[in-house]
Design a protein around this ligand. Structure first.
Ligand code: SAH
Length: 342
């Protein structure tokens, strides 16, 4: 798939660099199509119209009962579909959750997207256009955070995710602490981040889900025997290089009843985190995706938090949003419609 930039360069070979800069600036402005880009000469504007202004197209919008969560089903090239979510946070600002792939290859047992398998990775244009889509949707309001926690494994689409991050950082008012990339923990790509000068150091969240090897392997099938010691080793080097007062690492932990939510699991997690250092834990109450798992009861989550707190681990509990429209963590799935019968 050819990016907008490549299409521009084919249409206008040899055009000075400032021109693409103006165009990209225009893409992130309040303009709604090429013809509104007044900074561009009229002749060029007209010819630009062969390049899609938006690489995502709304198919269906759903709003949660309390109005604080919107989920959009979007069509992307090849008649594929993805979902993206907009959430109002407690301070009244908006967070968007973007997808990085159509489906996902990681097959985590508790996640609906995993059941789709992977169709393809999204392009950088398709990722940043989810932001542009929501910006136009809520024209008067500010998007204050972006989380790469929609469909897909961002680090399995490393180059496009990196490009999208750099574009968003350059073209929006969002700083690096306002963007979080969540990963199942693709170690070769996490290693790459340590040395890649082009990788912008936004926040990173690793989906740990258990600090006990056998439990993690049970629920995260891409985990392997020495994943935990390797992650620990990586995390120490990551924090030594990039950690500071404002930059920590987050471990996400989905709370599954009787699977990973016992006091013994909390103690294992605390030991693991304390060996690493500047880590925060984010507990995610399991959102229903099928019958295989149950959400930990509130009392178990509270007890788990208390165990962590006793051991000096900074942990928070994620608010569940949009579960009535299947927009909560792990609930994003696009089912292929059954063939129409006459
Ligand atoms: N592939 C990335 C992004 C996944 S979505 C990753 O693995 O991190 C963001 C978070 O939601 C991940 O921590 C993921 O494990 C979690 N999640 C998946 N399914 C869930 C469910 N049913 N309930 C709660 N959290 C879930």
């Amino acid at each position: 798939m050819t990016s907008r930039r490549e299409q521009f360069e084919t249409l206008f070979p040899g055009e000075p660099a400032f021109r693409w800069n103006q165009i990209e600036e225009g893409l992130f402005s309040s303009a709604k199509n090429w013809s509104e880009l007044m900074t561009i000469p009229a002749g060029m504007r007209e010819r630009l119209s062969v390049i899609p202004w938006m690489s995502v197209e709304l198919v269906q919008m759903q709003v949660s009962g309390n109005g604080d969560t919107h989920k959009a089903l979007l069509r992307v090239e090849g008649d594929k579909q993805i979902e993206t979510v907009l959430m109002k946070n407690p301070r009244g600002a908006w967070t968007i959750c973007v997808s990085s792939q159509v489906g996902c290859a990681m097959r985590c047992g508790f996640c609906a997207t995993g059941k789709m398998g992977l169709t393809r990775s999204l392009t950088a244009d398709e990722i940043v256009d989810q932001y542009r889509f929501w910006k136009h949707f809520k024209i008067a309001e500010r998007i204050s955070n972006i989380v790469y926690m929609g469909m897909g494994e961002p680090l399995a689409n490393y180059e496009a995710v990196k490009e999208s991050l750099n574009t968003l950082l350059a073209r929006t008012d969002l700083g690096k602490t306002r963007i979080t990339v969540s990963t199942v923990g693709v170690l070769p790509r996490l290693e790459q981040i340590l040395t890649d000068r082009g990788w912008p150091h936004v926040r990173l969240a690793v989906s740990l889900h258990s600090a006990i090897e056998q439990t993690r392997k049970l629920i995260v099938p891409t985990s392997y025997d020495d994943f935990l010691p390797k992650l620990e080793n990586w995390a120490k080097r990551y924090l030594a290089q990039f950690g500071n007062r404002r930059h920590h690492l987050t471990f996400e932990y989905v709370m599954l009843k009787c699977v990973n939510d016992t006091p013994a699991h909390a103690r294992a997690l605390a030991l693991f985190v304390n060996r690493i250092g500047h880590v925060r834990v984010n507990l995610i109450p399991y959102n229903l995706t099928g019958v295989a798992f149950e959400r930990s009861p509130d009392a178990a989550i509270d007890a788990f938090l208390a165990e962590l707190d006793d051991r000096g681990v900074v942990a928070t509990r994620r608010r569940t949003m949009g579960s009535d429209i299947a927009a909560a963590c792990g609930q994003l799935i696009v089912l292929t419609p059954l063939p129409q019968t006459a």
